[in-house]
Design a protein around this ligand. Structure first.
Ligand SMILES: *[C@@H]1O[C@H](CO)[C@@H](O)[C@H](O)[C@H]1NC(C)=O
Length: 257
């Protein structure tokens, strides 16, 4: 009787343990988490141009092409643009530094947390020969941690999506967000009377609204940290009145938090 009670409780206990693990890891912010990584099967060295973050061709070459698809770390698009240090753990092949990648896509393969660009995957190796060995393995054990994104000499920019249609439908992607916080909400504010509209995350890093406010527009971004800290960033520059699909506008601000 007792033993059957124990065996019915055991799965629950393991489940609860797994539930509490992510919390423990966020307290230990410098700790590496064990996982596995693969690489994009096509021979393309860089990232994908059709990633689930909506970065388009920009996403393929962002960070020099050191980019990755994420599995759970995609977090319904919140994880798009987040940076991770990923290093493989086979000491015969792998460097201790590994590679820093930016999330630009969603995907998983055989219990991986990352599908790296081929270039990023190779960068985890100590030498070119070791890289060839890693590539031939296909999937390797890794450990990873969140790190700050860094884009020297770049402000945060707003890229108006090609599918936007002035003045009825506005879609855009926020580029070059530094630091290690998430953008969890975006407001579009009129600069005349400061009426603001909360935008929808369409998918990935793409924010949209039908019937955008008129005149020059201020894009306010809510930065949220692991520690629960939340800060609205107010840009210096506005999206000009008469914004155009395909254009990129400089916010005039950058973060390093
Ligand atoms: C960033 O914005 C500031 C204005 O806030 C501007 O002076 C600077 O030139 C911008 N930097 C780049 C790299 O565009």
């Amino acid at each position: 009787m007792a033993s059957s009670l124990w065996s019915s409780l055991l799965p629950t206990a393991i489940f609860l343990l797994m539930q509490t693990l992510p919390k423990a890891s966020s307290v230990c912010s410098d700790c590496f988490i064990q996982s596995r990584a693969a690489y994009y099967p096509n021979s393309n060295e860089k990232g994908t141009e059709i990633g689930a973050c909506g970065f388009g061709s920009f996403g393929a070459t962002l960070n020099g092409g050191d980019v990755s698809a994420a599995s759970d770390l995609y977090r319904n698009g919140v994880g798009c643009g987040a940076c991770y240090q990923v290093r493989c753990t086979n000491s015969a092949y792998c460097s201790s530094k590994g590679v820093n990648v930016v999330i630009t896509d969603q995907g998983s393969s055989a219990r991986t947390d990352f599908i790296l660009s081929k270039r990023a995957f190779s960068k985890m190796a100590q030498t070119a020969n070791a890289a060839a060995s890693l590539l031939s393995l296909g999937i390797v054990d890794i450990e990873y941690r969140r790190v700050s994104c860094s884009y020297p000499n770049k402000n945060i920019t707003i890229k108006i999506d090609e599918n936007s249609n002035f003045p009825h439908y506005l879609a855009f992607v926020i580029r070059y967000q530094q630091g290690m916080k998430d953008i969890t909400a975006v407001q579009l504010c009129e600069t005349q009377n400061f009426v603001c509209k909360l935008l929808d995350r369409h998918y990935g890093a793409v924010w949209t609204t039908t019937t955008p406010p008129s005149g020059p527009l201020q894009v306010k971004m809510l930065f949220s940290g692991d520690d629960g800290d939340e800060t609205w960033l107010v840009p210096v520059n506005n999206i000009p009145e008469g914004w155009k699909a395909g254009e990129t506008y400089d916010s005039g601000v950058q973060v390093n938090i």
